[in-house]
Design a protein around this ligand. Structure first.
Ligand code: HEC
Length: 134
């Protein structure tokens, strides 16, 4: 008499088990995708690592900038903000100025910072820029 319900339960369990397996199989790819940007941490990093050249508010006027030629750009400049893409910023932060045919004075941060941190820095730099021109 119990045969029928039991079979049902078993197949239900089997189906659940399969769903769990599938979830586990896909979990790593889901969790490996981009973490949300962390603007607070990026601001800290920018002050720690970048402001010496880029200036505390990204105007290219950090204490070390006086000795640089070319100098870092002024992020409050609307034309520059509209011209540079997030992808270009990501590249130069990760690989350094020399790797993208710009000033070798801009260090590569790909070893010191994770890609999520670089992405967060790009988002933070955007907050220092005026809105893009259409
Ligand atoms: C030792 C000085 C120095 C430090 C430290 C430095 N940069 Fe730069 N960075 C430069 C210079 C110089 C340029 C300009 C390169 C050019 O235009 O040829 C530059 C260029 C850039 C650019 C391209 C746009 C621009 O400003 O011209 C980005 C984005 C950037 N830096 C981000 C960062 C970030 C983020 C950090 C910290 C993690 C950082 N930089 C640290 C010197 C520095």
């Amino acid at each position: 008499m119990a045969k029928f319900p039991d079979e049902k339960r078993v197949s239900l369990l089997r189906r659940r088990g399969l769903a769990c397996l599938l979830a586990l199989a896909f979990w790593p790819s889901v969790s490996a995708s981009a973490a949300p940007v962390d603007l607070r941490l990026a601001k800290e990093k920018f002050q720690q690592l970048c402001a010496v050249c880029h200036g505390p508010s990204g105007r290219g006027d950090g204490p070390a900038a006086a000795a640089l030629n070319p100098k870092p750009r002024n992020y409050s400049d609307k034309a520059f903000a509209s011209r540079i893409t997030d992808a270009a910023m990501f590249e130069i932060i990760k690989r350094g100025g020399a790797a993208v045919q710009k000033s070798p004075a801009m260090p590569a941060w790909g070893e010191a910072l994770s890609e999520d941190e670089v992405r967060s820095l790009v988002a933070y730099i955007r907050t220092l820029m005026p809105p893009r021109e259409k």
